[in-house]
Design a protein around this ligand. Structure first.
Ligand SMILES: Nc1ncnc2c1ncn2[C@@H]1O[C@H](COP(=O)(O)OP(=O)(O)O)[C@@H](O)[C@H]1O
Ligand code: SF4
Ligand SMILES: [Mg+2]
Length: 365
């Protein structure tokens, strides 16, 4: 296990044994911990995954499972935000296109941010400045990384607004954020994120605040743009439905850790973790009369300060008594391969899980 840095944020030297990543984005044993008055909050506690260009990874989990902290960590923004006064402790490795970001010069990471990697947030108002027009902000984002005059950058801003489906872009470019609807603001933020053709785009709950129709439009837009630019995309959501058609791979987070990851069709059709079963059960379905979202699983997410011993999911897991020797409550399950590049962390045997899934869960979905 990697030792956490004692000196604060931008540490996390690759260990002697580490080697350069082969994937476009490779996250290895990422940990982001926050010291607080109540104790150490282990928001992300040993996360690893890979992502290639042109592919989409969906990161799914309930609120508070560490999804946003993961994305902020990748972007080098984990110290920002309301609790940012105290230094986050971050360790592990984040390889982007051959560069390890945690040990890289912060100035270098700043240059990559916005140019090589960009982020779309849930709330566009937090990313857009109220006192500047949409156009001024896109122009600014472009000119930080491109040595062009304002006129050229403005032309680019209008092009981008057009590309994300803003009507009359040559006029709307001079509007302020408050003159846009929620959906339009989200499109404007996407335009701003994509103005420099980033190779990595992280969309953190990009549609949560929007109504269903606009949600679908924004997801289509992200998909089209990805095809066009061939970027690597991470879509973060608490709703598996959002990534059903979009993601190549899915990573399910629980309590700051990955409990299951694999190709999307495997995670949807042959899931091997009880928490994933719960998430699938809570997806709204067309044939249900009510479209209200059910609670994914009974009970509430674990404390990230006092994580339950053994499997963090055990207080909520209907199958906690299935594994022998009370393993569930004493030993933390590691991710094991349950299929080709498909991993899950649960003490039940493969056979037990296959049986429960096929006989008890799948027929009810
Ligand atoms: N700066 C911080 N200081 C202390 N705790 C934090 C900080 N940022 C996030 N957390 C905690 O980390 C956990 C994971 O947060 P987050 O990644 O935002 O969850 P998600 O995006 O999955 O809803 C939460 O319990 C949150 O309160
Ligand atoms: S290890 Fe035990 S508690 Fe955890 S998911 Fe598996 S059966 Fe449930
Ligand atoms: Mg979040």
């Amino acid at each position: 296990m990697t030792e956490l840095s004692k000196s604060g944020a931008a540490v996390g030297e690759p260990t002697a044994a580490s080697h350069a990543a082969t994937a476009f984005l490779e996250v290895r044993d990422l940990k982001v911990h926050f010291p607080t008055d109540d104790g150490l909050v282990k928001s992300v506690d040993g996360l690893s995954f890979k992502l290639e260009k042109g592919k989409t990874l969906g990161i799914v989990g309930e609120s508070g499972s560490g999804k946003s902290v993961t994305s902020l960590g990748i972007m080098g923004l984990h110290t920002a935000g309301q609790y940012g006064k105290r230094k986050a402790r971050i360790s592990g490795e984040i390889w982007l296109n051959g560069t390890e970001l945690l040990s890289a010069d912060p100035d270098h990471v700043r240059k990559l941010r916005g140019r090589d990697m960009a982020m779309i947030f849930q709330d566009p108002l937090s990313a857009l400045h109220p006192y500047y027009t949409i156009g001024q902000q896109i122009v600014e984002a472009y000119r930080i990384h491109h040595n062009v005059d304002k006129k050229t950058a403005r032309k680019r801003a209008v092009e981008m607004l057009d590309r994300v489906g803003i009507p009359q872009p040559d006029k709307r470019v001079d509007n302020y954020p408050h003159e846009f609807s929620g959906g339009m603001r989200q499109r404007a933020m996407i335009a701003m994120s994509l103005v420099n053709n980033p190779e990595l785009l992280i969309a953190d709950e990009p549609t949560t605040a929007l109504d269903v129709t606009v949600q679908a439009q924004i997801l289509d837009l992200i998909r089209d743009l990805q095809k066009e630019f061939g970027s690597a995309v991470i879509i973060i959501t608490h709703d598996l439905g959002v990534v059903a058609e979009l993601a190549d791979d899915i990573l399910v987070m629980y309590g700051g850790r990955c409990v299951e990851r694999g190709p999307a069709d495997k995670v949807f059709y042959e899931p091997r973790h009880p928490y994933t079963w719960g998430l699938l059960g809570s997806m709204p379905r067309l044939d249900r009369e009510q479209q209200d979202r059910l609670i994914p699983v009974k009970g509430s997410p674990p404390s990230l300060i006092n994580v339950p011993s053994g499997c963090a999911f055990n207080p909520r897991c209907p199958y906690a008594d299935v594994p022998k020797d009370n393993l569930t409550r004493t030993v933390r399950p590691e991710l094991t391969e349950v299929g080709s590049d498909h991993w899950a962390a649960c003490h039940m045997t493969q056979e037990q899980r296959e049986r429960i899934w096929t006989e008890e869960i799948a027929p009810k979905l």
